[in-house]
Design a protein around this ligand. Structure first.
Ligand code: AMP
Ligand code: MG
Length: 362
């Protein structure tokens, strides 16, 4: 398939992309979170093609993107809490799951009776949705399993030849996917953390919960959000997170740099203490927003380094950090090792066990 690359974003080209959506085609659009692979949410065939283009499992539903929160009425049963949240956070990086109306085909929700709704603030995404006149179903525009794309180059790498058009919107502001919450009557639960934090949501919903799958592997339980069960965001080489006091982690990294063909993902301030071989940083330890912005780009860069393994720092799980932690721990297949217990890992036993336990999307 020939993919139209739209670098010059103007009214005429947005109209072209909107026409492709209306006719049942696939268009990659920038959003403030990550790039999305969009199709008319009301067109079953177009929606099915989204899963095919990504290689996405057919049990992992798509988010429906709207131009305005008021349009949610057409596709979902809203309530007072939805509008309270919408007033504060929409347009923006918050996705809300509500009971679905019959207008939304089951191809979008993978048979679920609920639908995920988001109103992006990115102007290009907004204009595309408005000009097409369609709700746009759009997952992240990466091949399934890979880190979500946060730049035009990432999208071209994964999607050129698989979609009808890609719109260049530069780098995404946030760099991680939206916060996903499900409304349950007067309360709610966070299914996926993002830029809109637990702390911010607590101001409107004081008793909001965080689903246990946000920080833990859901091995035997049925996940509330199907996407949580898959290994995600992973570069080609296996990733392991390294836990411990700063000094111990630095000595661990030094030792590994000398003895293994590995990559190191560390905080900016660690750089001066380590050899520069195969090392990438993802922001300062106390700058969670920078970490969010950098993470996926850095995970992708390891693919061109030819390393056999990647050791990474563990971010804080506070504020936006919870979202960074959530993505990185999935990229690592939940593999965490202790920096001060190198001996245990020298024989490779634990690492091997970990590798065998990694889950991969089918
Ligand atoms: P992505 O499209 O890659 O940003 O992923 C969307 C996330 O939202 C996935 O984790 C989905 O499983 C989740 N999701 C979408 N729709 C629903 C729904 N109706 N119920 C629960 N989770 C959903
Ligand atoms: Mg995704």
């Amino acid at each position: 398939m020939q993919t139209l690359l739209i670098n010059d974003v103007n009214k005429e080209n947005i109209q072209k992309a909107a026409d492709i959506i209306k006719l049942g085609g696939l268009v990659v659009m920038p959003t403030e979170t990550v790039y999305g692979l969009g199709a008319n949410a009301l067109d079953k065939t177009a929606v099915t093609n989204v899963y095919k283009a990504k290689g996405r499992p057919m049990d992992n539903p798509l988010i429906v993107h709207l131009a305005n929160a008021e349009d949610a009425e057409k596709y979902a049963y809203t309530n007072e809490l939805f509008y309270k949240l919408a007033e504060k956070f929409m347009p923006g990086p918050l996705t809300i799951i509500l009971p679905k109306k019959d207008t939304i085909p089951y191809e979008v929700t993978c048979g679920l009776d609920s639908v995920a709704i988001r109103v992006p603030s990115n102007k290009i995404a907004h204009d595309l949705i408005e000009t097409s006149g369609c709700p746009i179903a759009a997952p992240s525009a990466n091949l399934s399993g890979k880190p979500s794309p946060t730049s035009f180059a990432h999208v071209v790498e994964d999607m050129n030849g698989r979609v009808d058009a890609i719109i260049d919107g530069g780098e995404c502001d946030i760099g991680l996917e939206s916060t996903v919450i499900i409304i349950k009557g007067e309360s709610a639960e966070i299914l996926r953390p993002g830029k809109i934090t637990y702390e911010e949501l607590c101001e409107i919903i004081p008793d909001i919960k965080i689903n246990q799958a946000v920080k833990n592997e859901c091995k035997d339980i049925k996940p509330a959000s199907p996407g949580m069960k898959y290994r995600h965001y992973a570069p080609s080489a296996p990733v392991l997170l390294v836990e411990g006091e700063d000094e111990d982690v630095i000595s661990f990294f030094r030792n590994k740099q000398e003895t293994e063909n590995c990559g190191i993902l560390c905080f900016t301030e660690d750089l001066e203490k380590l050899s520069l071989k195969n090392i990438l940083t993802f922001g300062k330890s106390d700058d969670e927003e920078a970490q969010a912005h950098e993470l996926f780009d850095k995970l992708r860069r390891f693919d061109s380094m030819n390393v056999e393994k990647i050791y990474a720092r563990i971010p804080s799980d506070k504020g936006v950090g919870l979202a960074v932690y959530n993505r990185l721990i999935r990229a690592a297949g939940f593999g965490i090792i202790k920096a001060n217990n190198i001996q245990e890992y020298k024989n490779g036993k634990k690492e091997k066990e970990h590798r065998d336990n990694r889950r991969t999307a089918p």
